[in-house]
Design a protein around this ligand. Structure first.
Ligand code: TYD
Ligand code: MG
Length: 472
């Protein structure tokens, strides 16, 4: 057998090198490259080629009378993100920061399925059985017939699970703690994680059990170690949230069997994760009505409208290069909106620090938020509160035109349901808004929005109005 050649593999992105180097060219990280011995099955002239074995082919059309291909978790917000439940024989990777609640979510899902009569196995490589049990007790789920084990060898796991009745769901918490005999690298290295995942994926495909892998996330939000595992699995969900908030958002990053734009919203309580069926109410619950710099954005997440507050602070800067800081939104999108405000609306922001925050730990990806962001920014700059009963949506183009966005009527309906009375929307969405029951301000250019908020500003900041506000 040939001597195994050492390879150097980046533990962050999986790029491989012939020799060690300090910085990975693949992902730009430092000190992430380490040596791994690659001792996969030897090939070459010394080894007889394996003779192919014929296998059976199946028709594309499913046979009648088969078991339902999806397994509902009993947690509606989780099912929404997976696209209707776990798919038989599929592998799902759930990533998220430590302590965000991945284990809690999966214990809850496992218990719910087990109570529905399915065989569910929860394997923890991080916690002892007693710890998992303690958590289940705290969640009030101690009576659920989930089978537990604290194990890290995938060969042992597969051997154990192959005996007896096949489990319908297997939770592996976490993939970074798993290892396989077939490779020599230490547990947690890219090669180990990848090989262990491969064994589990093969098991899922062969038996039809659904497998959920928990994956840790590095500081920049990627599932630690191998991006390669993301490519190997059928779906990747990311569990997000701000430490200071109780809200947790489950988002599909990749999904071979469902949509990738749906979100599931949860609240972390003393008794575990609680589903939030109406996220808008939650995100708007801590609003500061009547404060300058706040605008409510009527957004869409997947099929569901979600209202969130965008908060801006524009303050004179003492720095040579003013600060631009954004949480929950795309910073290049912020730069674009600022540039359009400068170039087409005469709003001078060059000497100001700009902070933009999406309330409640929500992260917005839609360009439809441009108009709400612009409204919040201008409102803060001119120190004028926007009407507290107004919502905003619309995409802003580089020329300052406010462009239409999808699903205008669904956005308006949600706003109306939550007690809003007016909406500022793109001119072209006017027809959708006819029966919304809201007072509509349809604008075609960003200039119109700026002029309106500036007028509010001069009214609210007149000495008489100021005195009245201070008295009241
Ligand atoms: P956990 O599920 O262990 O996170 P992960 O597996 O993603 O690392 O969640 C741990 C956090 O959740 C911990 O900080 C405590 C909190 N928590 C609650 O607030 N309520 C609960 O009922 C439980 C079980 C945990
Ligand atoms: Mg955990």
């Amino acid at each position: 057998m040939a001597k195994p050649t050492p390879t150097f593999i980046c533990q962050n992105c999986g790029s491989s090198y012939g020799r060690w180097q300090g910085k990975c060219d693949g992902c730009g990280e430092w000190n992430t490259i380490s040596e791994e011995t690659n001792s996969l099955a030897p090939t070459g002239p010394g080894r007889a080629a394996r003779k192919g074995r014929p296998f059976a082919l199946s028709p594309l059309a499913g046979a009648e009378g088969q078991e339902a291909p999806r397994l509902s978790s009993g947690i509606a917000e989780l099912d929404r993100v997976t696209g209707g439940g776990f798919v038989r024989g599929s592998v799902l990777l759930v990533g998220g920061d430590p302590g965000i609640g991945k284990s809690t979510l999966l214990v809850q899902a496992a218990a719910s399925l087990a109570k529905a009569g399915q065989r569910v196995v929860y394997i923890s490589g991080e916690e002892a059985v007693a710890q998992v049990r303690l958590r289940a007790e705290r969640l009030g789920l101690a009576s659920a017939p989930v089978e537990l084990a604290a194990e890290t060898s995938v060969e042992d796991i597969v051997a154990t699970l192959s005996e007896g009745k096949l489990p319908r769901l297997i939770v592996i918490d976490s993939i970074q703690t798993m290892w396989t005999d077939t490779v020599e690298s230490a547990p947690g290295t890219v090669t180990q994680v990848r090989s262990a995942a491969q064994v589990l994926i093969r098991f899922a495909k062969k038996t039809g059990a659904a497998v959920i892998l928990v994956g840790h996330v590095t500081k920049d939000g990627q599932i630690a170690g191998p991006r390669v595992v993301e490519h190997m699995v059928d779906a990747v969900l990311s569990f997000e949230g701000e430490g200071a908030h109780h809200f947790r958002i489950l988002r599909a990053v990749k999904n071979r069997f469902g949509p990738t734009d749906e979100i599931g919203v949860f609240e972390m309580t003393g008794e575990g994760l609680r589903e939030v069926a109406n996220p808008s109410e939650l995100f708007l619950s801590e609003r500061h009505r009547g404060a300058p710099g706040n605008a409510v954005f009527a957004g869409i997440e997947g099929t569901r409208p979600v209202l969130v507050e965008m908060q801006a602070l524009v303050a004179p800067s003492s720095l040579g290069t003013p600060r631009r800081s954004v949480v929950g939104w795309d910073s290049s999108r912020l730069s674009m909106v600022l540039a359009v405000l400068e170039a087409h609306c005469g709003v001078r922001l060059g000497g100001h620090d700009v902070y933009l925050n999406v309330a409640g730990g929500m992260r917005i990806v839609e360009p439809a938020a441009d108009l709400a962001a612009a409204a919040a920014l201008v409102s803060s700059l001119v120190n004028a509160a926007l009407p507290p009963d107004a919502v905003y949506f619309g995409e802003v183009s580089l020329s300052g035109i406010v462009r239409p966005v999808a699903q205008a009527s669904a956005r308006l309906k949600e706003a109306q349901k939550l007690g809003f009375a007016r909406a500022v929307i793109p001119d072209s969405a006017k027809t959708d808004a006819k029966d919304s029951g809201l007072a509509i301000t349809a604008i075609s250019g960003l200039q119109a929005l700026v002029a309106e908020i500036a007028a509010l500003g001069s009214e609210q900041n007149r000495p008489a109005a100021k005195a009245r506000r201070q008295d009241g």
